[in-house]
Design a protein around this ligand. Structure first.
Ligand SMILES: [Fe+2]
Ligand SMILES: [Fe+2]
Length: 312
């Protein structure tokens, strides 16, 4: 099937809605095995002009990827589902995604996820990885994912003067007493880690390569900012330590399996090798521009994640 480029802007849209148990991967077994996956992170579509969106879509189409992976911060609140519908119509290929903190703005976390799950159940192309089990990409390669959250487990939460807009714009935090914010962040991280643990523990031994998509860097070593890793002020909000613990534990228990992590959130790119079989790629972003972070090659030998550009 050829791609269909929808000559339509990506304006505002309707609302999305929680993840209990993961849905089965819808039609993964019936789908052709992807060989190239375009990785996009933090597009923040609500900041991009229509012309920018069109140019980006045309470039993406020219590469003829077999699918898209998006690691969160697609837009904000009301616009997220509309953007996803536009992408589904335009690319007519599997679109695997997780949500970032901006995607929850204007609503509660649970409502956002519930609406997103409903949206994906009505689409042949949209796959919300947080609500989806492992997806086979090749004979011994799978994709899993989860939103993740800056979970206040790393750095100095109490001493930091950093407070993200999340606390004012995500309804759960806005409605809560600030004294409870740290515990709420930690809970989001734990829940994300537990969902991911279940997916990783379910993999058969035959799986030798696992691609893990998440929004928030799971390790300080992967939390890049202008070529350096995060400090104690930012780490509480830019590292999901609970997911990092699960990944480290899983990689150590499965030394014959390669774990390749894709994430964003910091808007600064970098690669970090935590273990010989655990590598984290963090993607670049700039508000108002749209990029393709990588055209990931998927073979039975694993994943190759070349950068398609370098940060200015
Ligand atoms: Fe972002
Ligand atoms: Fe983010």
């Amino acid at each position: 099937m050829d791609f269909i480029l929808v000559r339509r802007p990506a304006p505002r849209a309707q609302r999305l809605d929680a993840c209990q148990s993961p849905s089965p991967a819808k039609d993964a077994s019936a789908r052709p095995t992807p060989t190239t996956l375009a990785w996009i992170t933090d597009p923040h579509f609500d900041h991009a002009k229509l012309e920018t969106w069109r140019d980006w879509a045309e470039e993406l189409l020219s590469h003829q990827p077999d699918g898209l992976i998006m690691t969160g911060d697609l837009s904000e609140g009301d616009d997220v589902s509309y953007q996803l519908q536009c992408l589904a119509e335009t690319f007519a290929r599997p679109i695997y995604f997780v949500l970032g903190n901006h995607d929850f703005y204007g609503k509660t976390i649970g409502e956002t996820r519930r609406r997103m799950i409903e949206l994906c159940r009505d689409s042949d192309h949209l796959h919300y990885l947080t609500d989806t089990g492992p997806i086979s990409l090749a004979e011994n390669c799978v994709l899993v994912g989860d939103d993740g959250w800056g979970d206040a487990t790393q750095g100095d939460y109490a001493g930091s003067i950093v407070r993200l807009n999340d606390f004012a714009l995500i309804e759960d935090f806005r409605a809560a007493d600030p004294s409870s914010w740290q515990a709420m962040l930690q809970q989001e991280g734990r829940q994300s880690a537990e969902r991911l643990r279940q997916k990783l523990n379910s993999l058969p031994e035959s799986v030798k390569h696992v691609l893990i998509a998440t929004h928030v860097p799971p390790f300080r070593e992967a939390c890049w900012y202008e070529g350096h890793t995060t400090n104690d002020d930012w780490a509480p909000f830019f590292v999901c330590g609970a997911v990092g613990d699960v990944l480290m534990e899983t990689a150590k228990a499965n030394t014959d399996r390669m774990h390749t992590v894709l994430c964003g959130h910091t808007h600064h790119d970098g690669d970090a090798e935590l273990l010989p079989n655990l590598v984290v790629h963090t993607g670049y972003s700039r508000y108002g521009t749209l990029d393709i972070e990588s055209l990931i090659q998927v073979t039975t030998a694993g994943f190759t994640v070349p950068r398609t550009k370098t940060a200015p």
